[in-house]
Each structure stands twice: as C-alpha cells, then as structure tokens.
Write a protein that binds this ligand. Sequence first.
Ligand code: IPE
Ligand code: IPE
Ligand code: MG
Length: 247
Amino acid sequence: MAFFQKKPAPVQVDFNRLPRHIAIIMDGNGRWAKKRGLPRTAGHAAGAETFRTIATYCKDIGLEYLTVYAFSTENWKRPEEEVGAIMGLLKRYLLEAIGQMERDRVKMEFFGDLSPLTGELRQLCRRTQEISKRYEGCQVNICLNYGGRDELLRAAMAYARDCQEGRADPNHLSESQFGGYLFSRGVPDPDLVIRPSGELRLSNFLLWQSAYAEFYFTDVLWPDFSKEELHRAIAAYQGRSRRFGGV
Ligand code: IPE
Ligand code: IPE
Ligand code: MG
C-alpha cells in the first residue's frame, strides 16, 4: 500500500496552439444540485458562476471564440418553475455583465430565436450585444432558445425567400453562402466541442458547424467544471490528428 497519494502530473497545454473556437454544452446542473440535496435551480445558479469563470479565463488565455449552450429549443419542456428560474438567472447575469463590460471587454452575441423571451430579456440581450460590439478580445456566443435543426430550418426559409425575391439563385448555393444564413454567420466552425456531465450526445447543438469538430466528453458536472478541466480538454485536442477527410 502506498503511504502517500502521488499528485497527478499537471496537464501540458501549448497556449500558442490553442483552438480558435471552443464550444461547450453546459450540462449537469440538475444532477449537481440533486447530489447535494438542493433544488435543481441551485444547480443552475452554480452553473452560471462556472460560466462566468470559464468565459473570463478563455478571454485571459486569448481564445478567439467561445460558444456556450445555455438553453435549447427543447428545454421549454421543463417545469415552468425551472424555466422561470433559468430566465431569472439569465437576467441577473446580463445585468451584471453590462455593469462590468468595460472591465471584461468580452464581445457577446446570442444564437437562437429570442422572440419567445420577455421584452425585458430581449432588450438586455440587445444592449449587451450593442455595447460589447466594439470589444475585440474573445467573442462569447450564448445559445439561447437555440436548436441546430431550428437554425437550419430558419436558414432554409431565409434562402427560399431570397430566391423568390431574386436575391439568390436556387441553382447555386455554396457551403459558405449557406453559412451566412445561420446564427453563427461570420464565426469560424468550432474546433473543439466539450460536453461535461457524462452524456455522449450533441442534443441539437451546432449540427452544421460541428461537422469536423473534435469532441471532448467528461463525467464532471458543469458546476464543477474548472480551468484544470478546460486544460485537459485542450490538451486532448492538441494531441489529436485532424485530417478533414484528407490523409
Ligand atoms: C444544463 O443542466 C442546463 C440546461 C439544460 C438549461 P441540466 O439542467 O440539463 O442538468 P442535468 O442534465 O439535469 O443534470
Ligand atoms: C443540452 O442539455 C442543452 C443545454 C445544456 C442547454 P440537455 O440536458 O437539455 O440535453 P439532454 O436532454 O440530456 O439531451
Ligand atoms: Mg441535462
């Protein structure tokens, strides 16, 4: 029997070779709360704190793009009370983010159909986007009422309208042109998609954009996700060989 537990070796990340774009499915808040005998909403509050820490850290290490899945088109199926609590946390987060923008200098965008949100929340999202437009550091995209299929349908409809009105040619559509109809227009595809909480699925996240993304899954629940866990994900990514169909 060992007399002492050897500390695991620190993870080696090459900060000069970071992925350009990391996307995270922020999952596991409910289970985190349950494990502690707390209501699920306490897990969402803890998850919001983790988001703040990770987003700030991504900016500090010079990541260009961070996209997070905060609320899916399917999450409306949850009890009204839970949805209400998530929206309340979002409001609190945005108010605080607006107050600290000059300090944080993070550019924020929203992917998803914001129309079912309350007028107040929509206004806060708009203000956040508007004020942070001029910042040039990390761009953080928050997916809110986002679904990959919904995004693709919206793009298809917008393209059909453009064809109907003579602005687009129905016989010619390139991948990059089509990308211009997505919420993610102008943002490069994610290089690395991280899903904590042990689930091994995409759950309707960035279906088009993750065509060649590298995946990193961990059992850690989102509220427990840390900088060290992010380092592990990046180190795993840096050890992969990306071929994009070539050799
Ligand atoms: C992710 O955590 C947050 C949202 C989907 C809004 P969950 O609430 O899905 O947590 P689990 O998966 O039930 O543990
Ligand atoms: C995906 O997590 C959505 C977000 C994290 C916002 P879910 O918890 O909704 O996904 P499923 O239901 O486990 O597939
Ligand atoms: Mg979940």
